[in-house]
Write a new protein. Sequence first.
Length: 264
Amino acid sequence: MIDKPVLLVIAHGSRDPRHAATVHALVRRVRAQRPDVRVETGFLDFNVPSVQGVLESLAVQGVRDVVALPLLLTRAFHAKADIPAVLADAPPQLRIHQADVLGPSPLLVGALERRLYEAGLTPADKSSTGVVLASAGSTDPEAIAVIAAIAREWRHTGWCAVRPAFASASLPRTEDAVRRLRALGCSRVAVAPYVLAPGFLPDRIARGAAEADVLADVLGPAPEVARVVLERYEAARMLGVEEAGGVLRRRGDGQVPEAVLVAG
């Protein structure tokens, strides 16, 4: 029986201790859902263990296959540049597949709604409530377009309105989006942080939500997030199996799945 690849969850890291604590809570939930998979955590910056340190340790232990999963919601700079660069420097005996980022996914929208309901809203409130989809922000146009698309699609599930907002790099800011929803006539305004863990930018989102009626928590270790992590892992794992067998199957749309062999 072939061992399943190790799942290496790669988080950004932060000086804020709440960040690492939330990442570890999410990883514990992932492990609980798939006890048959070994799950490790590495950080790009600020926290330990580092991604490089984990990879070196796995190589010493004789691990062969690794699925490296960026704990990111959009394909911006870290997913496109930082993480591939770190993985390219991994010990050569490791065969690593970089899985796709978590978003977009209907499961993440479900997690956003979960957090709003936990903050006090009910499904009956949707038609009178405007929602600010507040993300960290990015200079990458692809990432910004994804957030805007999520807001448009989410609006169709019954909310009065949904508007994107960004804590950095892009506009509008959370407070401006809150005011725009008020001007639209929404009787209630809620802010849904589209971020995984607390830290500097989520705190900025919270300050911008001062005039909102409801502020939801970050996504954190929501069960839906853990399910997306495992979906991305399985997609990358299966691509690795296909490549090992000499076959690279394409999706129905003709595109190669979003996982790339980067070492080995």
